[in-house]
Design a binder for this molecule. Sequence first.
Ligand code: UTP
Length: 474
Amino acid sequence: MTDNPLNFDDLKEALAQYGQQHVLQHWPQLNSEQKSNLTAQLSRVDLAELVSLACGEDEVTDFGALASRASSPPAVRADGSGADWSPTQAQERGEEALRNGEIGAVIVAGGQGTRLGFDQPKGMFPIGPVSGRTLFQFFVDRLLAVNEKYGCRIPLYIMTSDATDQETREYFAANENLGIPIEDLYIFKQGVMPAVDAVTGKLLMQSKSALALSPDGHGGTVSALNRCGCLADAAKRGIQQLAYIQVDNPLAHLCEPELIGHHLMAASEMTTQVVRKRYPMEKVGNVVLVDGQVQIIEYSDLPESAAKAVDEDGSLKLWAGNIAVHLFKLKFLQRVAGEADSLPFHRALKKVPHCDQLGQLVSPTKPNATKFERFIFDLLPIAKNAFVVESYAGEAFAPVKNADGAETDTPNAAKTAIIDLHRHWLEEAGVCVDEGVQVEINPRLALTAGDLREKISANQRIDADRYFDTGLES
Ligand code: UTP
């Protein structure tokens, strides 16, 4: 793609060369502003690449062969085994990095959230089971708590897209940035990729004068961080590692010291947190080691036989499920930023409303379009010493993907997971929580079960729903 719009004649010729001239069919009816917008949009599309992707001419991976060579990745397990250092040493190393101001945070929030069907950016979804706090509030409260605990100022880089940018900015502005100092908050926008008709491979139009564009996937984070100056800003601040989460997992422990410590002790350029798969065909990406490289094989690509293979002790051979919580060495991101455009595109069949040849808007009832997205985890194979850290799902993973009523990954399931975790913390602290009572703890009161034990008096009973805010009097 190029930022310099081509002239119309060149564009027309290029479009015809790739069989995409239909996008100009309403040209005579467009005003000059519409014409220049469409020309600008088109000139940023790499037509050769798009057409080759649409025809499936890019490299096709033989996942059967890949899976047959796959083994368990280098990892520290949830019980602390698997590394030459202890969880306590990792915790201390991570705390030191936080105190030294070496850590920045990235939240990706550019997805369209089509499955959830919420009409605002997903980050604005009220996920707090008792408080009604939004996903954005969850993470900002967590960062403020980490800042307070370790005396640091973690810059927060939030990635948005055309679909979420304006509302996200307005939301933060209207809510005093949720308490994060303005100079520590950066909202930046990811790139776009056109959608094509799933059958014909033709570019879809959103209107007579605009292409149907979608965010380019969370793999677009690296080039967007670079393009928008976030990598340079982080370097200027002395940041050495960036902690990355996706906005739709309220249990994601952004900037958790132990995870940071494992990443540093392993001298890793990219560390990924995983959970042990509960059953072979679970719908999570499989983090594996193939030919010496850590990589992810999507559940949909993993042959059943490989998914079901077990070790001598009967446990799953490919056990590590991706939860999309990563740590990146800043220097690694700086190095690969220029090459990030070489990350492969993945295809997704989706419903994309579009304008037909007569200029009428079509709202498809079935998936009609192919969207192309880059995935952040495709950086794993090119990272030095890529490393994996296992956590317990109940403590770290409650994705909000589908609307309530679906079988899995719903807001209600995530709320239950939050309540269960916080109930457990309270019970560990000696507090009795009545059956069926909903509890929620703000991280600014306690980031961990240990923090809570120090702050709350034991031998009390909670018999009504309760949100433990920043003070215990609430
Ligand atoms: P998903 O791939 O689950 O997509 O994103 P989604 O947009 O949330 O939901 P569907 O598929 O449309 O229902 C996982 C995370 O990656 C972010 C999302 O915001 C979410 O935090 N993401 C995804 C981006 O930031 N940009 C993208 O282009 C895609």
